[in-house]
Design a protein. Structure first.
Length: 182
């Protein structure tokens, strides 16, 4: 796994051999961040990375200049890995939280400009994630929510869905609070 851009650019992160997460591929991550670079003012963005897994997305947010990033991961080993990575990089902008993402959504009392969620593709309640984000009002006005998922899921009927991007087996659905589809 490598960091694509920003202050940690080109740093390679070695995952433990028994790591239990499916990292977003470098190609898909690079494509996603090419899109985000055109719509995000990194230095003024608060970001949330749900189902953080390897922490690669959260670290990429910090690397690009986000002043406040929260990483939520329920697996103890994955959370410990992200925390260790945070310490190695001295990423003070990153807050790591060991919690179930759905519980975090329910109890969170702050809002974000950018939310990324990469749940396990076979997660039972994956389809409910966009509605929960908007129900609990976690996204700021003009914010962007991105959900990574497999081709078996479709979110085109969600009222805040704006577009879907596909990179091999990785699909990103984009949602915006103030841009509902007709």
């Amino acid at each position: 796994m490598r960091i694509i851009s920003g202050k940690y650019k080109s740093r390679r992160i070695q995952l433990p051999s028994n790591f239990k997460a499916r990292p977003t591929t470098d190609m898909a991550r690079e494509s996603l961040f090419n899109i985000l670079n055109n719509i995000i003012d990194w230095e003024n963005t608060s970001a949330l990375d749900l189902f953080s897994g390897t922490g690669s997305i959260a670290i990429e947010f910090v690397s690009r200049g986000c002043p406040h990033v929260i990483s939520v991961e329920s697996d103890a080993r994955n959370h410990a890995f992200i925390q260790k990575l945070k310490e190695q990089l001295d990423a003070k902008e990153l807050l790591t939280i060991k919690a179930n993402a759905f519980s975090f959504i329910k109890s969170c009392n702050q809002t974000f400009d950018l939310i990324f969620a990469d749940p396990p593709y076979d997660l039972k309640d994956l389809e409910s994630i966009p509605s929960k984000i908007f129900e609990h009002e976690l996204l700021n006005d003009d914010g962007v929510f991105i959900l990574e998922h497999s081709k078996k899921n479709t979110f085109t009927e969600h009222p805040f869905f704006t577009e879907e991007r596909k990179y091999g087996s990785v699909h990103f659905s984009f949602f915006e609070k103030n841009s509902p589809t007709e």
